[in-house]
Design a protein around this ligand. Structure first.
Ligand code: LRH
Ligand code: MN
Length: 426
């Protein structure tokens, strides 16, 4: 299923006047405030987020899963779905595969299909948190941290396999997230578990191609509920430093204990040149994997404010990898992702409007009230016409969600795939 650009243009025509009116209004206002509007629009147009291959079907919890009709049952159909999202939003120019959920059968065909949708392959994700049919040694009590050397070797070998798969697709990074930990006090020795993990990560790092990066993702709990070996940014940061300059920390927004100041973690990691990238989502309580910006949009803005500052002042930190990591229990997965992309672009656009010079001055003068006013002035600005302009510039839809619905994409997918096709993944 491929969305015809003609159909998108027809839909855009219907709301072009509205867009031009609202764009001219905001562009004039911002230009008066010294903002280079074209520069902001170009940054939005260049901003590409990777879509997780494991979040294109309905997710679920231990209490149940409600399937969604027309789910992508193959990797080819997953790439088509990311293609549809990218055609509408022009900001989903990459897919992040999870192995073994999405092992390509025909690499040439898969790469050609991705190219036809102008999609690249972002980070590949290893999986040593589930036992696969062919795994002889269980990861029940851990993988890279397991006290059993044979199990650690099996897990290291799996990561090397994932690198080989990514290499054939043109991916340039490996994300390692470990469920390893304990659910009861006394179950594991914290120090030996961390030492084993460090040694195993260094073995994986040794087989990383020269131009690749290793992203080490942390998480405080789940599926283990007493301790997790790589539980927080500090542990990931330490392990990345022990590996070497190609290893970085990956920040999944849902992997923080309540009220954690994530923007401060982002600032610290960028100052240290160790922020590798993000898994964007939102949450109210735990790793809820909700639509980005659906619960804490201001927190997301503050994170992007720290990112914009870091991208201007920390040349030691590489350009971060942007990815979504969500799970859709009740929404149409494609609509959920379209909403998430809008929220990410919106937070980025608002952060680009922050008068960093004035903010620095107000900070120097301890003018706390003015500092807040400068941030909130940017956050209270309706930047949607800027996002629309960036999409229009790239040939996308002014209103991706409305266009997705008015073109009846889900109906077409169900017609093509049937009502019972199920996607691999979470
Ligand atoms: C762990 C996680 C990790 C993925 C998984 C699908 O919670 O965020 O990034 O491997 O979700
Ligand atoms: Mn994640």
């Amino acid at each position: 299923m491929k969305i015809d650009k003609q159909h998108i243009e027809e839909r855009n025509q219907q709301s072009l006047d509205d867009h031009l009116e609202s764009f001219d209004y905001i562009a004039n206002r911002l230009t008066k405030n010294g903002i280079e509007v074209e520069n902001v629009v170009q940054k939005l147009a260049d901003f590409q987020v990777a879509i997780p291959s494991w979040a294109l079907g309905a997710g679920g919890t231990r209490f149940g899963r409600f399937g969604f009709q027309g789910e992508p049952g193959t990797l080819e159909q997953k790439i088509d779905d990311v293609g549809a999202i990218h055609a509408l939003t022009q900001t989903a120019g990459a897919i992040s595969l999870h192995i073994p959920w999405d092992v390509p059968k025909d690499y040439t065909a898969i790469k050609e299909l991705a190219q036809s949708h102008q999609i690249s392959f972002d980070a590949v994700n290893s999986n040593t948190f589930q036992d696969q049919k062919n795994t002889t040694k269980s990861y029940k009590f851990g993988s890279l941290s397991n006290i059993d050397e044979a199990i650690r070797e099996q897990a290291v070998e799996h990561n090397n396999e994932v690198i080989k798969i990514g290499n054939k697709l043109g991916s340039k990074s490996l994300t390692v997230w470990l469920a390893d930990g304990a659910s009861f006090p006394g179950q594991t020795n914290f120090q030996s578990a961390l030492k084993q993990t460090q040694k195993s990560l260094q073995e994986i790092y040794a087989s990383l191609p020269e131009d690749w990066k290793l992203f080490i993702e942390y998480k405080p709990y789940e599926p283990n509920f007493y301790s997790t070996v790589i539980q927080d940014w500090g542990t990931s940061f330490m392990l990345a430093n022990e590996c070497g300059e190609k290893a970085y920390t990956l920040v999944d927004l849902g992997h923080h204990l309540p009220n954690t100041n994530i923007e401060q973690i982002v600032s610290t990691l960028m100052m240290k040149g160790k922020l590798g990238g993000f898994h964007f989502n939102d949450s109210k309580y735990g790793d809820d994997d909700l639509t980005v910006g659906s619960v804490k949009p201001y927190a997301l803005f503050l994170i992007f404010n720290a990112l914009v500052y870091g991208m201007e002042n920390n040349p030691q930190n590489p350009y971060p990898a942007w990815m979504i990591d969500a799970s859709h229990n009740i929404k149409d997965p494609l609509e959920d992702i379209i909403q998430s992309l809008e929220a990410i672009q919106e937070a980025y656009a608002k952060a680009l409007l922050v008068d960093q010079k004035a903010l620095n001055e107000a900070q120097q003068n301890h003018d706390v009230v003015k500092c807040q006013e400068i941030l909130q002035d940017a956050h209270r600005t309706d930047v949607r016409p800027l996002l629309q302009k960036a999409r229009l510039q790239n040939g996308g839809a002014l209103h991706p969600l409305k266009t997705y619905r008015s073109l009846g994409i889900r109906k077409q997918l169900v017609a093509e795939r049937g009502a019972n096709s199920v996607a691999t993944g979470l």
